[in-house]
Design a protein. Structure first.
Length: 345
């Protein structure tokens, strides 16, 4: 399959999806490539039911709901979606365009390439403990797809970041009891979330533990709990029914690391004008990029996508005059979005 397009977007997470929208507003076509079998990136793969609180105008929105809304928003632009495949060949041609070929043989002739691959190819960091391999079907979970499955159960939640704190808060009242286990007393999540979790602990809904996991406890292959060792090397056993592990992701740039891009600590360096990389015509947005002051928020990625779209337009059509149009008033924007302009019958 050979496809000509203005831009190939590598990564179909929330930022990659929104990039389609921003390109579409400028009249630019896009094709999405993602190694996962569905769009949505981490939101769909790791925490589809996790509530997100920092999306503008949405006091709270589920991660999968956010993805569903983005898919609806970009529908007018008919972007191609190429899932369960990875970019294996990348080449900048003499005319400044790019040849991109995926693991399934899909070939693109693209005016620009936008990397929106999140943390790259990613897997959750796994729990490894003595005794785990002796347990029949160990009750380990690295994402929550059905929160009702944890009702009235004793949960052991591992981690000290936002995901661990968010799910502790979310499941505290539904579960029989929640044990939050972190290697130290200081948490990495948002201060407001830390305070809420501590308040739940004061109410007796949550128990807080500090220590390292040393062993999985079982009775003839049936899981019973985890043994932890604190900083003073005291050991204790925490009994439970299910274990939810939120230790973050192990990032791997995969083939992107071989593209001769400027890389800083497994992230792609970009400018802050148009989020272009060290290769002209290649842009990077979202968690995969780095620049002074970078903050890994979805809303930051949305901002980067907006500016990157103008950068892509300028790269492909350098002689075309650029001007800002507003979706509230521009008849051109309304036509591209497939909506009626005010006063149009």
């Amino acid at each position: 399959m050979h496809i000509q397009t203005d831009a190939v977007i590598i990564g179909a997470g929330p930022v990659g999806l929104f990039q389609v929208f921003e390109l579409g507003l400028l009249g630019l076509s896009a094709e999405l490539v993602d190694s996962l079998p569905q769009p949505g990136g981490q939101c769909s793969e790791l925490y589809p039911e996790k509530p997100i609180y920092d999306i503008p105008a949405c006091p709270a929105i589920g991660a999968q709901e956010l993805i569903d809304n983005l898919l609806q928003q970009i529908a007018p632009f008919n972007a191609g979606m190429h899932l369960s495949q990875q970019v294996e060949h990348f080449e900048k041609k003499d005319d400044g365009r790019f040849q991109v070929i995926t693991s399934q043989g899909t070939e693109f002739d693209a005016g620009a390439v936008i990397i929106a691959a999140g943390l790259g190819s990613f897997l959750p960091r796994r729990l490894k403990a003595k005794g785990l391999d002796e347990i029949n079907d160990p009750p380990l979970h690295y994402k929550v797809t059905d929160r009702d499955a944890f009702k009235n159960k004793t949960l052991l939640i591992l981690g000290g970041g936002d995901s661990a704190l968010d799910w502790t808060m979310d499941l505290a009242e539904a579960a029989k009891h929640v044990h939050l286990i972190h290697r130290r007393a200081e948490y990495r999540g948002a201060p407001a979330s830390v305070e809420k979790v501590k308040a739940l602990a004061d109410q007796g809904l949550v128990s807080l533990h500090q220590g390292m996991i040393t062993q999985a406890i079982h009775d003839q292959g049936r899981f019973q709990g985890l043994e932890i060792m604190d900083l003073e090397k005291n050991k204790s056993t925490i009994e439970g029914d299910e274990v939810l592990v939120f230790w973050g992701l192990s990032p791997d740039l995969g083939p992107i690391a071989e593209w001769s891009l400027e890389i800083e600590k497994k992230q792609v360096a970009v400018d802050t004008e148009k989020f272009q990389t060290s290769i002209e015509g290649v842009f990077a947005i979202g968690d995969i990029n780095t620049y002074p002051g970078k903050k890994k928020f979805i809303l930051s990625g949305f901002h980067e996508a907006a500016l990157a779209a103008f950068g892509v337009q300028k790269y492909i059509y350098p002689d075309k005059r650029q001007f800002v149009q507003y979706t509230t008033t521009s008849s051109i924007m309304h036509e591209r979005l497939g909506v009626d302009s005010p006063g149009k019958q």
